[in-house]
Design a protein around this ligand. Structure first.
Ligand SMILES: [Zn+2]
Length: 468
């Protein structure tokens, strides 16, 4: 669209802005610099950005769309920093329900080898629907296998259809069983092909601008499924284009033992050696990050995606989130692949982060508000964004509201903000992303859920049956 050059055209452009007023929320959790919580508050949006946040009485009186949120809690859209959405086709698969990480992966690789582009697209849509309804407005996804012509483009199509803000991570595996790796040779790729496709994706899709709906991330799967060389080359490519980098690190004690045996280093030392530390890098899990690693991550601004449900499901341990945060490590939350969590519910993940921290480190290890901070501001910081994660003028219009009048919140309204985390996980009544209403009255507006879930279940059955 051409920029208006004369005052009349400029006024016309101003008039053409679409406005949205949200008012009378019982409490607005801003996550702004002062962590304000505003009673009887709301916000005012122009197009895709927030213009004003405050008590209802101080906001403009009208707008193109006005939403009355009496009885609701309003907060920034939650940010999911780690996921493998395709895995929502293989939840609760009987053979690996009780396996540890490496056994679990070995059991599922042969199933995932039969994935198709249609399965990637449909499972991404379903995973995003589940996330959206749980309050998530921005998600990363780590897709690291591309069998049968699958491409990251399949996930990107899904994100655009459903309207979610998306950090699409171009994962990869290159060390198959014949080279001493864990994955079967049929699901690994050649390293030159990985780098060429990653470059294509960045050049085709990556938007570095403020309020970007789509960013591409360079993301080899893990140090035990790609070579040292690919880790280094990936970092070079990412930094050439100024895009973020993501992988799995120090997930459990076996992971650390593998790193010591194979590379003669701890996972953190290995990451540093490869150039995989910095503000443009975030690692999933880091359950076994040692004191040296915490110091290194804090000094370099390297981020961590904390995935408490997955860590419990696979008995990987309890990540030292409190120590990381006190040291200054950016920490966000991740639901992780549905197959190692079986649920992609962001409020549940925040709740689990709080509960698990207490199991490990005592009842004051994490408050409800700290858990919400991880789920909003923390996630934004980990993804390298300063335009989401808080409600303030100039921020993206990404916010969600929960209906406090549900039975699950009854008797908890002494502190509605803490109630969201302490009580059973709720689904959203409203979700706005980039200024567009994506969930209204609890109903997803962009995709019809019934047929989607039916199609997803058909594909899931076909995928698991194909592996025998
Ligand atoms: Zn993962």
């Amino acid at each position: 669209m051409p920029h208006p050059t004369d005052p009349a055209a400029s006024r016309a452009a101003t008039r053409a802005k679409k406005t949205l007023l949200v008012k009378h929320a019982d409490v607005v959790v801003t996550m702004d610099g002062a962590r304000r919580e505003i009673r009887d508050g709301g916000l005012y949006v122009e197009d895709n950005r927030i213009v004003a946040v405050g008590p209802t009485a101080e906001l403009p009186a009208s707008a193109d769309d006005v939403l009355d949120l009496r009885g609701h809690l309003l907060l920034p859209g939650l940010v999911n920093t780690h996921h493998h959405m395709y895995q929502s086709l293989t939840r609760a698969v009987p053979g690996v329900q009780d396996a540890e990480l490496f056994g679990w992966l070995s059991g599922l690789y042969k199933v995932w080898a039969n994935l198709t582009p249609e399965m990637i697209e449909v499972s991404t849509l379903t995973a995003m629907a589940e996330l959206l309804l749980s309050g998530c407005t921005t998600s990363s996804d780590h897709l690291y296998l591309y069998p049968n012509g699958s491409r990251l483009d399949d996930s990107i199509r899904a994100a655009r259809a459903i309207g979610m803000r998306f950090h699409a991570s171009r994962g990869s595996m290159s060390v198959g069983q014949k080279d001493g790796g864990l994955p079967p040779d049929s699901v690994v790729e050649r390293e030159d092909a990985i780098l060429a496709d990653t470059q294509r994706l960045i050049e085709t899709y990556h938007d570095e601008g403020r309020y970007a709906m789509l960013r591409v991330v360079v993301a080899p799967c893990s140090p035990f499924s790609v070579s040292r060389d690919l880790m280094r080359e990936s970092a070079k490519l990412a930094r050439h284009y100024g895009v973020s980098m993501h992988t799995h690190l120090a997930e459990n004690v076996n992971d650390v033992a593998y790193s010591r045996e194979k590379f003669g280093m701890t996972p953190a030392e290995y990451a540093e050696d490869l150039g995989w530390v910095g503000r443009d890098v975030w690692h999933a899990h880091c359950v076994q990050l040692d004191e040296h690693g915490i110091g290194l991550f804090a000094r370099t601004g390297t981020g961590v995606a904390h995935c408490p449900c997955s860590n419990m499901r696979l008995a990987s341990g309890i990540a030292p989130v409190g120590r990381m945060r006190r040291a200054g490590v950016p920490v966000g939350l991740g639901v992780d692949g549905s197959a190692s969590n079986d649920g992609a519910q962001m409020v549940a993940e925040a709740r689990q982060a709080m509960l698990l921290a207490r199991v490990g480190f005592g009842p004051d290890a994490m408050t409800a508000r700290e858990a919400l901070e991880l789920a909003t501001l923390g996630g934004a910081q980990v993804l390298g964004r300063d335009d989401i994660g808080a409600l303030a003028p100039g921020m993206a219009a990404d916010f969600v509201a929960f209906d406090l009048r549900q039975p699950l919140f009854a008797g908890a309204l002494h502190d509605p903000v803490a109630a969201l985390v302490f009580c059973a996980p709720s689904q959203v009544a409203l979700s706005v992303i980039d200024g567009k209403v994506v969930v209204r009255d609890g109903v997803l507006q962009t995709v019809e859920l019934g047929p989607l879930v039916e199609r997803h279940n058909r594909l899931a059955a076909r995928l698991v049956e194909a592996a025998g």
